[in-house]
Design a protein around this ligand. Structure first.
Ligand code: HEC
Ligand code: HEC
Length: 195
């Protein structure tokens, strides 16, 4: 329970670092940004469960070419300050032509939409509907502004809220009671303890 949190946290420091690098340098190359993300967690396969909270499209676009190619992808967390993944959150995106697509997050909070399924016309409207622990209700959160061209939610949403980021895409302002929980058997939990 603690472990995935600590390791996720270390990953986040790296994401944050990449954000700082972006701030420091006018036009960092994608390669620099990818290097700043660090390596794979040894216990998590290169799969839909890996690299929670990272900007998926840095690698899964036509530039880097990691399979599958994605048009939009990201991770939904519990609160702005607690990057605990939320499973079964519904993400609905609407493109400039009014075409809509929905998908739900997996046990590590990740979702992805592949270019084979949807090639949206930007800008995009985004909203999420989160499960509420211990309740049948869902909480709807709508992004007020539009996504102009970055298909990675983490391109903007990384770390706690700051002057560089609106914070993780999250379900609740503070941890609800009962709290969100992560399936201990989730394939995305990073148990690598080296370093
Ligand atoms: C640093 C680069 C990088 C980032 C960031 C990244 N991936 Fe990947 N991903 C890979 C590579 C490399 C593979 C292996 C496939 C390949 O080599 O083409 C992969 C594989 C996958 C697969 C395919 C598994 C299969 O068996 O077909 C999925 C799905 C996936 N990643 C989802 C994601 C999601 C969702 C995110 C963001 C939360 C993400 N990835 C972030 C590099 C990345
Ligand atoms: C270009 C930067 C950017 C990208 C990319 C982006 N967002 Fe946002 N998002 C913001 C900003 C800034 C806010 C806060 C102001 C607002 O609501 O527009 C926000 C707010 C939100 C909110 C509302 C939070 C609240 O407190 O109600 C949700 C939900 C959200 N984003 C979801 C997403 C999802 C899902 C993605 C990926 C599909 C995404 N965002 C991609 C910049 C971005």
């Amino acid at each position: 329970m603690r472990r995935w949190f600590e390791t996720l946290h270390r990953g986040h420091a790296l994401v944050l670092l990449s954000g700082l690098l972006v701030g420091a340098c006018q036009s960092p190359t994608n390669d620099d940004k990818i290097d700043a993300l660090g390596g794979e967690c040894q216990s998590v396969a290169e799969s839909e469960f890996h690299r929670a909270g990272q900007p998926c499209l840095l690698c899964h676009d036509t530039y880097e070419g990691a399979d599958p190619h994605m048009s939009v992808a990201g991770t939904i967390f519990a609160t702005p300050n607690i990057p605990m993944p939320v499973a079964d959150a519904k993400v609905t995106l609407t493109d400039a032509n009014g075409t809509q697509i929905s998908t739900t997050t997996n046990c590590i909070g990740n979702f992805q939409i592949e270019t084979a399924d949807w090639r949206p016309a930007f800008p995009l409207h985004a909203e999420i509907e989160c499960p509420i622990p211990g309740s049948e209700d869902r909480r709807r959160l709508v992004m007020g502004t539009r996504i102009s061209r970055d298909g990675s939610c983490a391109g903007c949403h990384f770390g706690p809220p700051s002057n560089k980021s609106p914070g993780w895409v999250y379900c609740a302002a503070t941890m609800p009671d009962p709290p969100y929980e992560v399936d201990p058997n989730c394939a995305g939990i990073c148990t690598e303890t080296s370093q």
